[in-house]
Design a protein around this ligand. Sequence first.
Ligand SMILES: NCCC[C@H](NC(=O)CCC(=O)O)C(=O)O
Ligand SMILES: NC(=O)OP(=O)(O)O
Length: 311
Amino acid sequence: MNHFTSFEDVEHPQKLIRQVIELKNNPLFSERGKQKTVGLIFFNPSLRTRLSTQKAALNLGMDVIVLNINKDSWKVEFEDGTVMNGDTQEHIKDTVKVISSYCDILGVRSFATLKDRREDYEERVLNNFLTYSSVPVISLESATLHPLQSLTDMATIAASGITRPKVVLSWAPHPKALPQAVANSFLQWTPAIDADVVLAHPEGYELSDTFAGNISVTHNQEEAFAGADFIYAKNWSSYTSYGETPAVDGDWTITAGKMELTNRAQFMHCLPIRRNVVASDSVIDRSLVYRQAKNREFAAQAVLHNLMETL
Ligand SMILES: NCCC[C@H](NC(=O)CCC(=O)O)C(=O)O
Ligand SMILES: NC(=O)OP(=O)(O)O
């Protein structure tokens, strides 16, 4: 593995998932990170990704440097060949070349802006990091994917030991327009586990065929919940009417009543979650969300450990 930005970067995803599960029992088994530095660059806020990746690095004996680039650094220019006599102060080319010279591995978070689909799906920020970094790059959630989250989620489901579980990815309400990244990435990773996957969302919230093309889709949430072993909730804005939030028929909030329709399913969410909007308190309070959050540490550790093999 040279970088970790997508499912497609991983040669042996099942092996990586097994490593995540094994690390839960023995997080301090390796000091491969001694005298190595990971840099974590955030264009957007984060709680879990920031702290779990720092903790993972510490488990491996690594040093960590963190930069909130929009708040604490110079404003970055992305256009090539532009005359920089305006608002931006440093070109991404210079930013990434310099940061990577201080690091052995570089992580970056940059969300979709939800203004221009082509621009977001081209992954301009992440690709600039891949182009100009002299060291391996980890996506800490990009415009269209969140591979550390999905690796965590696959490991969390696989560790349950349920044979061929029914896994439902359900759209749920949210007061803001959110990216498709978590949902896209979840679907991209499901081939790594043996599961029956169903995607439930209201009309108008279709995901890109690249990720949902081979997945069974329904607009009937209750039908999807029947017999489910895992309910994975996420909001996303429209892909087709890009970034918009078309009106929705019915109530898609996940309630205890809806969970009754399942095969005693476990509720999952990447967090942060808007309580009593996405899902009700009682659903969240007996869910897997904290186990998922803890597993983020082991997912990051497995990824860092594997990337250091190439150094
Ligand atoms: N990293 C996990 C999810 C991050 C982001 N959620 C958010 O921005 C939620 C913000 C809010 O609740 O206002 C998303 O959906 O991609
Ligand atoms: N799930 C997740 O990525 O959380 P943060 O946005 O807080 O990092």
